[in-house]
Design a protein around this ligand. Structure first.
Ligand code: 26V
Length: 794
């Protein structure tokens, strides 16, 4: 049995310090203490983990496999202590040992094995599946280097490599015995009437397991990440000849595969290494799934009764052909039976409509890296044509490209979008023909976020108030937050809500002073936009409005300004020139505004570098206003929007992604809506003068563009933003100009609302009270019922 008392925890920490770290307490560093604590906490996860695994085996329960190229898990120590119910005990025990728990928590590197929303969603899903007792494995890649670190040099983004693995990673178990051979290239030959693939290159995929513990420690699942290893270690003959570099070639080749996460989630480039990474993950996962299935004594033909496989976007969409290959080539199944078995197992989640992010591989690249799969893809395509008679222009292989969206669609029994609006657009715009051929296949599963990390852990003051008000139990039954609604008229409760927000804002102000060297007042309205930098997310619209505000403050400093702090956070893909220009502009505006004595506390602009999961945990609880301002129809869902809502920050936003559902849940009077709708975007763009018309109709926007063009924010290089201004006038694809006035008037409504303290607090509290729908527990229940047909094992 797990022993969960403080004296035992303390004894275990000291035991690990001595015997695992080999350190004597007086000489132990912060790192040593963190490791000792992490190992002692991990010990307490192992038993529920074994118990869960055993129960799944013993009952023959169906298992879910979540395949994702990204898992943006962040730090694990505090999260684990919270789910085990040991957080406060751990803090106390560490204090007894002379260590500050918070400092240890923050010493942990932030595991950034993902770009943004898609990877963070996978991490929230892992936690919710464990909480709900859904037997599941996450499969991903153990990148040596996660998403790059961001710094600013004279306002410009500079990327440096991320190195989370240079320290020991205390949460994982290496499994050298669980390794599979992954092949690439080579040729396909026919032997005895069957196709045989003879790969020209091979690597080993070696498993590393991290247990994922659910709320209250009732269930634990496994996140299994694959590291690439050479199949042959070393060419000793070459080494002995003195050819050292060539001797290490097999190793270099293999390690490249799991070396680095692709940092561009916006533009798809047909890079061979990326295809190899995708196949590496997928093949290792499927081999592991089949091995486990057979070890359970089941027949391959019964796979779909025991196994559900979810493809997180098209990145693992090679799973269709690869599963067929394994079933046909290795297990002797007939092609059509293998195809049906694979389809019955597979589900596909689409996360983007942006055409430039949809994966398509040149048949040349695809066929040379995966020659056997190229044959299988052609057979799938002709099977589909034969069976469903799609129009001639619909197919997996088209114009010498393999289209991964179509492939994933055809090979899945369910396809889902990630918000109500997005799922409609997937049906109507992305796959209209396939949707007509396969009615009912495309369904919706609106995203969610885990309230354990995104409320309980990151916002202790508010969590305490919630528990005081509605009792405990809301953590895994988030609809109980509704119980707060009857208190929003109660001054005592609102004071408590105010105090919680105030404490978070004070802490953030101190941190900003220290990290960014900017003094911000916690009395000001904290207006926050944090997410990847992309034109469709329209950070540009936000900074243009900031400049308009600056302009107006300068023109009328005596007016009754509601003080604001504009906070930006996010990384641009290294090759995304326009996004980097926007970053530069934000930093340039910040420098000018923050140094202007006439402005003072009325307006500050801060952009802390290197936005990541840990920084989100600091910023979101301290936010007053959530910026969700994408061009309607472009943001598939958003999940940051849900985190802000939970933490009591009303949204200023467009009718896009899950904003639509947030508005529905919270009510229009508690949401600052603006902008064109998805239906209006197309017609608006059809007017070739849309930007010009909007600019000429808005004195404010003209002033703003004029200030930028004159070099007011780049006095050392007045022409720096000429191109950017030119684009707003002439190539404004994301309709920044068209939505500018509407956005500004929504911001004016925010100012007025914030000035009414009681009204604002009520609105903020109602956002928290009505956020229950956005728990990822609700999302996972939907997947379990509608896609995976799996019940809880609890
Ligand atoms: C695409 C690509 C293209 C190939 C190269 C590497 C790469 C890496 C990632 C991606 C995925 C982009 C899609 C994505 O992240 N979508 C986001 O998914 C969130 C979770 O569903 C959703 O909330 C966001 O709205 C959506 O943008």
């Amino acid at each position: 049995m797990n022993d969960l008392t403080a004296p035992h925890l303390k004894a275990d920490i000291l035991r690990h310090l001595t015997f695992t770290l080999g350190k004597d307490a007086p000489h132990a560093s912060r790192y040593d203490w963190r490791m000792a604590l992490s190992f002692a906490i991990r010990d307490r996860i192992v038993e529920p983990w074994f118990a869960s695994t055993r129960k799944t085996w013993d009952t023959g329960h169906k298992r879910v496999y979540y395949l994702s190229m990204e898992f943006l898990i962040g730090r694990l120590l505090e999260d684990a202590t919270i789910n085990l119910g040991l957080r406060d005990m751990a803090e106390q025990v560490m204090a007894d040992l002379g260590q500050d728990f918070r400092a240890l928590v923050e010493d942990e590197p932030d595991a950034a094995l993902g770009n943004g929303g898609l990877g963070r969603l996978a991490a929230c899903f892992m936690e919710s599946m464990a909480t709900l007792g859904c037997p599941a494995y996450g499969y991903g890649i153990r990148y040596e280097h996660g998403l790059f670190r961001q710094r600013f040099e004279a306002g410009r983004q500079v990327e440096t490599p991320e190195d989370w693995l240079t320290q020991r990673h205390p949460w994982e178990f290496e499994r050298p015995e669980a390794a599979y051979t992954i092949g690439f290239k080579g040729e396909v030959v026919t032997r005895d009437g069957r196709e045989v693939w003879l790969p020209g290159e091979t690597v080993l995929a070696e498993a590393h397991d991290t247990p994922v513990i659910g709320w209250a420690g009732k269930w634990a699942n496994t996140l299994r990440l694959w590291a690439a290893k050479p199949t042959t270690l070393f060419d000793l003959a070459r080494f002995n000849r003195g050819d050292y570099a060539a001797a290490a070639e097999p190793e270099t080749l293999a390690r490249t595969l799991s070396r680095v996460l692709y940092p561009d989630d916006t533009t798809y480039q047909g890079k061979e290494l990326r295809l190899k990474q995708e196949f590496f993950l997928t093949s290792a996962a499927l081999q592991d799934i089949l091995r486990r299935h057979l070890a359970g004594g089941y027949k391959v033909a019964d796979l779909a009764q025991h196994v559900a496989i979810q493809m997180n976007d098209t990145h693992p969409a090679i799973a269709g052909p690869e599963l067929i290959r394994l079933l046909v080539d290795d297990h002797g199944m007939e092609f059509d039976a293998a195809l049906e078995t694979a389809r019955a197992c597979l589900g596909y989640t689409n996360h983007t409509l942006l055409p430039e992010a949809l994966e398509r591989w040149a048949t040349y690249t695809f066929g040379s890296v995966l020659p056997r799969h190229m044959q299988i893809v052609e057979r799938i395509d002709s099977w589909h044509r034969r069976t469903y008679h799609p129009p001639h222009y619909v197919g997996i292989v088209k114009h010498h490209e393999v289209r991964m969206g179509e492939m994933a669609f055809v090979m899945a029994h369910k396809v889902n979008g990630v918000s109500a609006l997005h799922s409609d657009l997937v049906q109507q715009n992305l796959f209209p023909e396939l949707n007509a051929l396969h009615p009912g296949r495309i369904i919706n599963q609106t995203n969610g976020v885990t309230p354990r990390r995104w409320l309980k852990m990151c916002n202790r003051p508010l969590s305490a108030l919630i528990t005081e008000t509605v009792g405990s139990g809301w953590e895994d039954d988030l609809d109980r937050l509704k119980g707060l609604e009857s208190h929003v008229g109660d001054a005592g409760f609102l004071d408590g809500f105010d105090a919680a927000k105030r404490a978070n804002k004070q802490a953030l102000s101190d941190w900003i002073a220290q990290e960014c060297g900017v003094q911000v007042s916690p009395d000001a309205l904290f207006d926050v936009q944090v997410k990847r930098i992309h034109e469709y997310k329209r950070q540009l619209l936000n900074i243009l409005e900031t400049i308009a505000r600056y302009h107006d403050i300068k023109a009328n400093p005596g007016a009754d300004w509601v003080p604001r702090v504009k906070i930006f956070g996010g990384k641009a893909a290294p090759g995304y020139v326009v996004a980097k220009e926007i970053i530069h502009l934000i930093n340039d505006v910040a420098a000018v505004v923050n140094a202007d004595p006439e402005v003072g506390d009325r307006l500050k602009v801060v952009y802390p570098a290197n936005y990541n999961v840990s920084l989100a945990e600091r910023l979101i609880p301290a936010s007053d206003l959530s910026e969700q301002i994408s061009t309607a129809g472009k943001e598939a869902s958003g999940t940051g929007n849900m985190k802000f809502m939970m933490n009591g920050a009303p949204t200023i936003g467009t009718l896009d992604g899950a904003n639509v559902e947030i508005l529905q849940e919270v009510g229009a009077e508690n949401f600052f809506l603006f902008g064109l709708t998805a239906d209006q975007v197309g017609p608006r763009r059809a007017n070739p003068d849309h930007a010009r018309d909007a600019i000429l109709a808005s004195q404010s926007l003209q002033d703003v563009l004029q200030m930028i063009a004159e070099g007011r924010f780049s006095p050392d290089e007045p022409g720096r933003y000429h191109q950017l201004v030119h684009r707003v006038w002439h190539h404004d694809y994301f309709l920044v100009a068209s939505d500018f006035d509407s956005y500004r008037s929504a911001q004016a409504r925010v100012d007025a609302a914030y000035a009414d303290r009681a009204g604002w607090l009520k609105m903020a509290a109602l956002n928290t009270a009505r956020s229950g729908f956005f728990s990822s527990d609700r999302t996972i229940r939907g997947y379990m019922k509608d896609i995976w047909s799996v019940a809880s094992a609890l």
